[in-house]
Design a protein around this ligand. Structure first.
Ligand code: GLN
Length: 291
């Protein structure tokens, strides 16, 4: 891979153009160049517009070269920048958290649509909270809700706590280290999860951006990809964690898992699950409302 140099005398806007072209030459299109340049130069969009004619200087030129090399090697922009937007809110990331996906906003939409009264003091549980993106998005829309985010990874919980505080819902959020619902006592009005759901044999075939940069524990759903759903449904059936009467259980799923997850839910006594598609038209969420 040839190293791309940024001339320190280049203007910032010319540098953005060069970054865009260098990435396009590798087949990387879209907003990556803009996100990278803004973050690496520490500028807002407005600053880049107002001061786009200023020369880069040597430190910024080196930063752009290093960032470009990382992106070309397959590292996603979100990892280089260390943050990503979800539901219009900023989320910091760490090695133990999945990069929040736009597809996952479908889960938030379904969970919210199931609430007849968004002002109720709902009890929300997010299983495998990762960066906390789902829980934080929900709490930002449900002003009197209180939520618990569970995760196995301690570093993810630290990150989720920071994200909840940063987005103004920290006082209504608790983060607990646990393996699915293990040991958590109580009834919840809304249980959500975007668990690991990739079948283990499919993991080597994932794009390098995912396979090498998202945590394996957040991806690997066991032999058929359905282990997490089985665990969660069993735990919600056996207690002590329960779905409150009238409550909603909503899962993100892989595009080909709708029938299997509906069947698992039915077998566990949660009734028929309703499937919602994402913007790309893939089955993305199964929602159970047992009553
Ligand atoms: N709930 C987190 C998210 O949606 C983490 C999901 C996961 O790690 N599988 O980003």
């Amino acid at each position: 891979m040839p190293t791309v140099r940024f001339d320190p005398t280049l203007s910032r806007s010319a540098a953005l153009k060069q970054m865009t072209e260098a990435l396009a030459a590798q087949g990387i299109l879209g907003n990556d160049a803009r996100f990278l340049v803004l973050d690496l130069l520490g500028l807002s969009t407005t600053e880049l517009i107002l001061h786009g004619d200023r020369p880069l200087g040597t430190p910024d030129a080196s930063r752009l070269e290093a960032g470009l090399a990382r992106r070309i090697s397959g590292e996603p922009v979100a990892r280089i920048v260390g943050a990503w937007e979800f539901w219009g809110l900023p989320f910091g990331l760490c090695a133990e958290t999945l990069v929040p996906r736009a597809d996952t906003e479908t889960l938030v939409e379904v969970a919210l649509a199931a609430q007849a009264d968004r002002r109720r003091p709902l009890r929300v549980l997010d299983l495998g909270t990762g960066s906390g993106c789902i829980l934080v998005a929900l709490l930002s829309e449900l002003p009197n809700a209180f939520g618990i985010g569970l995760d196995r990874a301690h570093a993810a919980l630290v990150q989720a706590r920071t994200n909840a505080d940063r987005n103004g819902v920290g006082r209504r959020a608790a983060f607990v280290q646990a393996d699915w619902t293990a040991g958590l006592d109580g009834a919840f009005d809304l249980v959500v999860s975007n668990p690991p759901y990739i079948a283990s044999p499919a993991i080597p075939g994932l794009a390098v951006e995912v396979r090498c940069h998202d945590p394996l524990a957040a991806l690997d759903g066991g032999t058929d990809g359905l282990d997490a759903y089985r665990h969660i449904l069993r735990n919600l059936t056996l207690g002590p964690t329960r779905l409150a009467p009238g409550g909603t259980l909503a899962f993100e799923i892989g595009y080909d898992q709708a029938e299997a997850v509906q069947r698992l839910g039915l077998e566990a006594g949660f009734g028929p699950g309703r499937v919602t598609r994402d913007l790309a038209g893939h089955a993305r969420v199964v929602c159970f409302r047992p009553d």
